[in-house]
Design a protein around this ligand. Structure first.
Ligand code: CU
Length: 578
């Protein structure tokens, strides 16, 4: 039933309308009046960035609304910024020139880079400065993006246009016969305020800081009231939510199904049919839409459906919005197919988790730094925790607020494990993720492992007003204990000392020195090998440590202390004499 949305050349639809039910007639009537082919602007496409070239950030007038100038903060005079399209395995290089009168930095969202290439606010390029970003692109093929990340300036700079696509192409995906070329279309969604047209005025009030700087009209690739002429064939759309605070519930206006084929970190392990999905700021979802059931002359609109969430209250988040109108105008074939199967994804096993961390999201009273993670606001110089390389961790996010928080980790793609204990996930949650939407009062468990680079990276809310308000922490990726960067076991990363006193009754102390931080397990066994006590089983920072063993419930005899850190095991023998 596409005719409810047969918006274009609507007179021809009169006969069809007679067959629809009364509800359809009402919605039809309003939609037919609302739109025709003379309404709207053809979807724009940012220029493609030439690898190795310059990205100049400046305050420049761009043309967004026809015939009017908008003062943006944009790369190379383009809003959105030029699209990076790069092959997996290639080395990306961009010479960044900051012509703003304030610091700026580029974060390559979802892409694994060395610490000094990640665009951390501590590495911001001062006004008038420049910096060469260069890194090998090891990520899976997929839809990534880049955006501003300077301290407390991210939201305004992104709102004013400082963001663009970073698309990784993997030729190994060619046999899947996905639509390519003119049938593979990136869509960047950003909401702006009708009252401020034609300017990107950014003036945060208290409500904006709480809910995000919400607009009431959506620009797609910088196009207001965008439409795209399409053929009666299969298309791939790479949908990026580049908005500051708005969550979209993406659907077609006639509720036609489509296939979700990719999440933040590239292709899923199966194409999954759906009629809608949520997309929060920072997230990407790739979908396949087949227009072959439409007739030339018809239209259908990509929308954000109205939604609400428990406790979220009634504010402008969740209103119905038009995103992009598809006008069916041709019958050229893309040759693409919905793959019957796609390469598998290895899902992490929660039984192999080496460390579990909790992240409690809260809102305190006041006017600044009210958004907190574990009671903390961002501090540039403070490292909030250390995570060893190659160690699977569970990061459990507990949203203790009545608001939406898209939580984003730099440096790795993670996996969502459960929402409120439920492991049967929506198709846009299942796969590789770098941003996960946490609904009000929800608990989301994620599994994450860092495998590439050591250094200081960020974990934060991607509602950019929340981020700028300090809902962000630093963590440091460190060597796994006992293993060096090339995977060799290091012989002397810890020392387990003889207990004192020895013999003992009933208590004795056991000391150990760690050269690097890491997960430590220390158990006490009796002569038969039976476990009698666990003294340490957690992440321990580098340094000297002492634990007390109390044997008051045990009988005289020899006992063994076994300490494991990394791949190294050390044992001491001690004697209990009662
Ligand atoms: Cu948030």
């Amino acid at each position: 039933m596409k005719r409810r949305d047969m918006l274009k050349k609507s007179l021809g639809g009169g006969a069809l309308l007679a067959f629809t039910n009364p509800i359809d007639l009402i919605s039809n009537a309003s939609k037919v009046q609302a739109k025709d082919s003379s309404v709207g602007n053809p979807l724009r496409f940012p220029p493609v960035f030439t690898n190795g070239g310059t990205m100049t950030l400046s305050e420049t007038n761009v043309n967004v609304w026809p015939g009017q100038n908008t003062l943006g903060m944009v790369i190379n005079g383009s809003y959105p910024g030029p699209s990076v399209v790069i092959q997996k395995g290639a080395t990306f290089t961009a010479n960044f020139v900051n012509q703003l009168n304030e610091p700026a930095t580029i974060h390559w969202h979802g892409v694994s880079t060395p610490e000094l290439m990640d665009g951390h606010p501590k590495d911001a390029i001062p006004a008038g400065g420049n910096y060469t970003y260069t890194f090998p692109v090891g990520n899976r093929g997929g839809t990534y993006f880049y955006h501003a990340h300077a301290d407390m300036r991210t939201a305004e700079q992104v709102y004013k246009g400082f963001a663009g696509f970073f698309i990784v192409d993997d030729l190994a995906e060619l046999p899947l016969n996905l639509p390519r070329g003119n049938f593979d279309i990136p869509l960047c969604l950003q909401d702006h305020r009708i009252a401020d047209i034609p300017q990107f005025t950014y003036n945060v009030q208290m409500n904006d800081m709480m809910f995000g700087y919400l607009g009431d009209t959506v620009l797609v690739n910088g196009t207001p009231e965008a439409y795209l002429n399409v053929n009666t064939t299969l298309y791939r759309f790479r949908i990026l939510n580049g908005s500051n605070g708005r969550v979209y519930k993406v659907a077609l206006s006639d509720n036609s199904p489509f296939h979700i084929i990719a999440t933040d970190g590239g292709l899923k392990d199966a194409a999954v049919q759906a009629t809608s999905f949520y997309l929060s700021p920072g997230e990407r979802v790739d979908i396949l839409i087949n227009f072959s059931s439409y007739a030339i002359g018809q239209s259908v609109t990509l929308k954000s459906q109205a939604f609400s969430a428990p406790g979220m209250g009634t504010y402008r988040q969740g209103i119905e919005l038009d995103l992009l109108r598809f006008d069916i105008t041709g019958n050229q074939s893309s040759g693409g197919v919905v793959p019957a199967s796609m390469p598998s994804i290895t899902y992490y096993n929660p039984a192999e988790v080496k460390a579990a961390r909790n992240f409690i999201l809260s809102v305190a009273g006041g006017t600044m730094n009210v958004h907190k993670i574990n009671g903390l606001s961002f501090e540039m110089e403070r490292i909030d925790w250390q995570t060893p390389l190659n160690s699977l961790e569970e990061w459990k996010i507990v949203n203790a607020t009545n608001n939406l928080h898209p939580m984003h980790s730099h440096e790795a793609q993670f996996q969502v494990y459960s929402r409120n204990g439920i492991t049967d996930l929506a198709p846009n949650d299942k796969g590789w993720k770098d941003t996960v939407l946490v609904y009000p009062f929800e608990t989301v468990r994620t599994l994450v492992k860092f495998t590439e680079y050591k250094g200081i990276f960020l974990y934060h809310c991607h509602n950019l007003e929340h981020e700028d308000d300090g809902m962000m922490l630093n963590f440091k990726i460190v060597d796994p204990i006992g293993i060096n960067e090339t995977g060799e076991t290091l012989p002397d990363t810890f020392e387990l000392k003889q207990n004192f006193p020895n013999p003992f009754n009933p208590s004795t102390s056991i000391s150990f020195d760690l050269n690097v931080s890491g997960n430590v397990e220390m158990n006490v066994y009796d002569q038969t090998g039976k476990l009698v006590a666990t003294l340490v089983d957690n992440y321990v920072p580098a340094g000297s440590h002492k634990v007390i063993f109390n044997a008051s419930g045990l009988s005289s005899g020899e006992y063994f202390v076994r300490m494991v850190a990394g791949d190294i095991v050390k044992t001491i023998k001690m004697t209990l004499v009662k």
